[in-house]
Design a protein around this ligand. Structure first.
Ligand code: ADE
Length: 227
């Protein structure tokens, strides 16, 4: 799977993909992540990528020309399944959307800044608009990194069996049960006896009950969505 991320701040995206699972996925050749500097596609002397809004108002708007040049360049090299614009007014990212995207081959991600991007970029090129939550960040780079992380870990072969994404919170619309490791007793704070019992069936039931209770307490909406 390949991601092409178009950004005015490519430096912001140097680190998030250079560690741990995302780094391993790239080393194994399962995921490719390419970051493109939007300014490289500006034809202005100053490499500017934004302009004043038509109709007045505060803030600058990102221009269509550099986005169009970069997207057309990428599309001339391969086909893309999706062109996704990260924006607070998009559909909210969830596990279901991450699952859907993990079966795609090539995805372009557009990171916005300033007051937004010229609506024509959205009308002409964007196939999907995604938000990572109801709050406004300074730009689309961190949301792009969040989206890539949530998707790449789901691609078969990225996680080992033991850490399989299938057991993640949200994967069956439930939060995870609590987990513990050694020591069994920390200054009187004990690990639940059942986890030390060796009885797999009981442990499995305990985990399910705990997950259900946690979900009922913290995210009852997840259980309601089910029916
Ligand atoms: N850009 C700024 N805020 C954002 C958000 N919450 N989600 C996606 N893109 C954004």
């Amino acid at each position: 799977m390949r991601f092409d991320i178009i950004s005015v701040l490519p430096g912001l995206l140097e680190s998030p993909f250079a560690h741990s699972i995302l780094q391993r996925a790239q080393k194994k050749g399962i995921a490719e992540i390419h970051v493109h500097n939007l300014r490289d596609y500006s034809t202005h002397k100053q490499k500017s990528v934004d302009d004043y809004p038509y109709g007045g108002g505060s803030g600058m708007v990102m221009s269509i020309a550099p986005f169009a040049a970069c997207i057309e360049h990428l599309k001339s090299e391969r086909e893309y399944d999706e062109v996704i614009f990260l924006t607070p007014d998009g559909e909210t990212l969830n596990q279901g959307i991450a699952n859907q995207l993990s079966s795609k081959q090539n995805i372009i991600l557009l990171c916005g800044h300033y007051k937004g991007i010229d609506q024509r970029v959205r009308d002409i090129y964007v196939t999907r608009e995604i938000s990572i939550g109801d709050y406004v960040l300074s730009g689309g780079e961190l949301p792009a990194a969040v989206l890539v992380d949530s998707v790449v870990r789901l691609i078969p072969g990225v996680l080992s069996d033991e850490t399989s994404a299938l057991s993640d919170s949200f994967q069956d619309d439930m939060l995870d049960a609590p987990v513990y490791t050694r020591p069994a007793d920390w200054n009187g704070h004990k690990v639940p006896d059942i986890l030390l019992s060796g009885n797999e069936a009981l442990i499995s039931k305990w985990r399910f009950d705990q997950a259900l209770e946690r979900t009922q307490q913290r995210r009852p909406d997840l259980l309601q969505d089910k029916d």
